[in-house]
Design a protein around this ligand. Structure first.
Ligand SMILES: [Fe+2]
Ligand SMILES: [Fe+2]
Length: 160
């Protein structure tokens, strides 16, 4: 992927992030830790970038804006999952529904975006995604979780 494409993808992600920060509680995610020293905010930006990169590299026809929106909102559950609280026990199974409900309330989602968010934990949650965007986000989420846990300081802002 050339430099121009990388810049274009980063620009697209930043545009959506700015809108979500202005209109919703997206920036709250900066204070919630996710994997190791990576916040939920950084994680969802990573997932959006890797999702765009996968679609581009494999030449999968997707709606890029829906792909980025769903990727950025896939973990919009808005709590610290490391806290020991009863209401978000079984986080792995339940957070896609919390994220989808919050995101729809704050930004309004289309069916394709909802499905991608609800199914992103597949195969842990048994039902697979219905659309290409959902499959790509599911894959990108796992790639990013691995990189965030095993590669120090990995970031979409510097990766090629
Ligand atoms: Fe998640
Ligand atoms: Fe995630």
């Amino acid at each position: 992927m050339n430099k121009k494409k990388r810049e274009q993808f980063r620009g697209k992600i930043q545009e959506h992030v700015a809108r979500f920060e202005k209109d919703g509680q997206f920036s709250l995610q900066r204070s919630f830790p996710h994997h190791k020293n990576v916040s939920v905010h950084e994680h969802v930006c990573h997932v959006a970038y890797v999702a765009l990169k996968i679609a581009h590299t494999l030449r999968v026809k997707v709606d890029e804006d829906k792909l980025v929106r769903a990727a950025l909102l896939h973990d919009y559950y808005l709590y610290n999952w490391h806290d020991d609280e009863d209401w978000h026990k079984w986080h792995g199974f339940r957070h896609p529904k919390f994220a989808c409900d919050n995101a729809h309330r704050d930004f309004g989602l289309c069916e394709r975006e909802k499905d991608a968010i609800l199914k992103h934990m597949f195969p842990l949650t048994i039902v697979p995604p219905k659309h290409r965007e959902g499959w790509i986000i599911t894959l990108a989420d796992k790639v990013c979780a691995f990189k965030e846990c095993w590669f120090r300081n990995w970031s979409y802002e510097t990766t090629k």
